[in-house]
Design a protein around this ligand. Structure first.
Ligand code: ADP
Ligand code: ZN
Length: 616
């Protein structure tokens, strides 16, 4: 009998469903609507792919991400599933053929762009076909408040009216309550059962460091974490910085490409394509890059500038590690970033309500950066998810941060800001505190102030850290009319009057090189949703050989390598070294179709490697 479990095993090559996948699939198979909120990499696709294969007719998947449809279709074709896509990039003749296949019932899955779906002609085609289900991917695009708003998405409620008996599934990785309400309302999903997964990404290691010399730190991060062979994204705020950083990395011998809205369309497309198709490219980009990038083996996301808010941080870092293998979310930030953001906010022309909201979000972001608690805990609590244990996989858990009582230091800092007239930048104030002899100090007679030289006990880098934390916590703000001078706030008074104490974090020293690890810890999620870690040892030469074989196959077919096999499948392969097809089929990610097409090729490579090893 055809069961979801059997399809999972035979087609996808997986042994167990994750989290709520089985329950979602069951609803759809029985013809009921569902709403699925699951983080990136949570396994949303299987939720509609399996029911579409089980029910009579074709599954229609609506997605706004035209650039990625072909890759999704390629991945399905690799599994032996009859899939196709229709969007503006498909030639007319091919589109006609696909429509004929649709009418004849020859397709299992059809991906369609929303604007194409909504044409009267296409809706009519659908009425003449058997439809298994509608999957509305990236469903948050109906939200007018979000930045991914698509007007055509709002019209998708038509599906419910014209095809009342076809079940629908809406999926998104956006978790907030407002967006969820909008999805339900606009798509008429009041009857739908809701499935919300935890938004934790256990395999991502979060770390945030004090900015000293950002590029050098980036290089150090890449080297100490063995990212030489890996794909990753480096986010910068401005186009200029993107260009400069990409060029600098290239000079240092890394394979880096730029991506921002100022590049012409062709270059952008080319760079994106190379990032998807090749193994070890670093994309240096503004946030224009990334929406819906479903490259599964992005091993790190690095921020050289602060994101706009925690939502942005979560989304951008979430592009790492979709394959559940360990991935890094790394960021550096410093006093100047805090000042820039505060300044941008103060001078923004948004209305008061909006400004208050953004201010709150910025405060949360800065709080997240400065926290001495487990980052994952702070992150998930921000999204309303109760996460009470320390994760063991963030910088604060791995290297607990020390704090020190900074009340006196803060008083000195704040009173020096006050004495100098609340109009000087931080550098000058630190000079005054340190008792320096600069032309500016002379000019304003600041050597005569009572706060002159009262802070000699700290080096200027420590004062930097103190001021950063004071601005981050809102005890100082930035004057927008002048030249970014620091000003006291309402909150400063309590500190100055000694009514409140303040603790600062001790910024840890720069990281030193990790031992090149021969082990890989894979975070797995069991059927009941629990995480467990599995240690797999890595034989680097064998893994590289298997990657080369994969690249060869991918090139021949013009598809991205991860469509042939995910990294996790290759890693399991090199650990188990199967000798027979039967043993090969046991590996997670090997379904029947791939077993038939690639089994012998990979077995032969493993055998020849083993033989070579015996000789040497
Ligand atoms: P999402 O769309 O939610 O970001 P995907 O559907 O792309 O996530 O799935 C993420 C990865 O997890 C894919 O590589 C997918 O093949 C894998 N995956 C999904 N479900 C399972 C499962 N039950 N067992 C093993 N791997 C799975
Ligand atoms: Zn932690």
């Amino acid at each position: 009998m055809l069961t979801p479990q059997k399809l999972l095993h035979d087609i996808f090559g997986y042994s167990t469903f994750r989290g709520e996948q089985a329950a979602v699939i069951d609803e759809l198979i029985h013809g009921r609507d569902v709403l699925v909120l699951m983080p990136t990499g949570g396994g949303k696709s299987l939720c509609y792919q399996i029911p579409a294969l089980m029910r009579t007719g074709v599954g229609i998947i609506i997605s706004p991400l035209i650039a990625l449809m072909q890759d999704q279709v390629d991945a399905l074709l690799q599994l032996g599933v009859k899939a196709a896509c229709l969007n503006s990039s498909i030639a007319n003749k091919t589109a006609y053929q696909i429509e004929q296949q649709l009418l004849k019932g020859e397709l299992d899955l059809l991906y369609v762009a929303p604007e194409r779906l909504m044409t009267p002609r296409f809706l009519q085609l659908l009425e003449q076909s058997r439809i298994a289900l509608f999957a509305i991917d990236e469903a948050h695009c109906v939200s007018q408040w979000g930045h991914d708003f698509r007007p055509e998405y709002v019209q998708l409620s038509i599906l419910h009216e014209r095809f009342p008996n076809v079940p629908r599934i809406a999926l998104t990785a956006t978790a907030d309550a407002i967006t969820k309400r909008e999805i339900i309302e606009r798509l008429n999903l009041q009857q739908a059962r809701e499935f919300t997964a935890s938004f934790d990404r256990p395999n991502i290691r979060y770390s945030i460091n004090q900015k000293r010399s950002a590029r050098e730190q980036l290089l150090n991060f890449l080297e100490t974490n063995n990212h030489r062979e890996n794909a990753g994204i480096v986010y910068c705020l401005s186009r200029k910085k993107v260009e400069e950083t990409a060029q600098w990395l290239t000079e240092k011998g890394w394979l880096a490409l730029p991506y921002h809205a100022g590049l012409n369309n062709q270059t952008r497309q080319q760079n994106q394509q190379r990032f998807l198709r090749e193994e070890n490219i670093i994309m240096v980009a503004t946030v224009a890059f990334g929406m819906g990038i479903d490259k599964s083996n992005v091993r790190f996301v690095a921020h050289l500038d602060l994101p706009k808010n925690i939502e942005g941080y979560y989304q951008e870092t979430g592009r790492a590690g979709r394959d559940s293998l360990p991935a890094d979310a790394w960021m550096v930030y410093g006093l100047s970033d805090v000042i820039t953001l505060r300044q941008m906010l103060e001078s923004s022309e948004a209305n008061d309500e909006r400004k208050r909201l953004e201010k709150r979000k910025l405060t949360s972001l800065l709080g997240f950066c400065e926290t001495t608690l487990c980052r994952r805990q702070v992150l998930l609590n921000y999204f309303g998810e109760a996460y009470i244990k320390a994760c063991g996989n963030c910088d604060n858990c791995l290297n607990p941060v020390e704090t020190w009582d900074g009340t006196v230091a803060a008083q000195k800092a704040l009173s020096c800001v006050y004495r100098t007239g609340q109009r000087f930048g931080v550098k000058h104030i630190i000079d005054v505190l340190s008792g320096k002899d600069t032309p500016q100090i002379k000019r304003f007679c600041h050597h005569q102030l009572s706060t002159y030289g009262i802070g000699k006990e700290y080096a200027s880098q420590q004062w930097d850290s103190i001021f950063r934390q004071l601005v981050a916590a809102g005890y100082l703000t930035v004057d927008i009319e002048g030249y970014g001078g620091l000003k006291l706030t309402q909150e400063s008074r309590a500190i100055l009057k000694g009514e409140q104490s303040i603790a600062f974090r001790k910024d840890p020293p720069p990281a030193t090189k990790n031992k090149s690890s021969k082990k890989f810890t894979k975070i797995k999620i069991s059927a009941d949703g629990n995480q467990f870690a599995e240690e797999i040892s890595i034989d680097q030469p064998l893994l590289q050989l298997l990657k080369n074989v994969r690249m060869q196959l991918a090139r021949e077919q013009g598809v991205p390598p991860y469509v042939i096999f995910h990294d996790s499948t290759l890693i399991e392969m090199q650990a188990k070294r199967p000798q027979t097809l039967a043993a090969f089929s046991e590996i997670s990610g090997v379904g029947q179709h791939k077993l038939e097409h690639y089994g012998e090729i990979f077995l032969a490579s493993i055998r020849s490697f083993d033989g070579f090893e015996k000789l040497s």
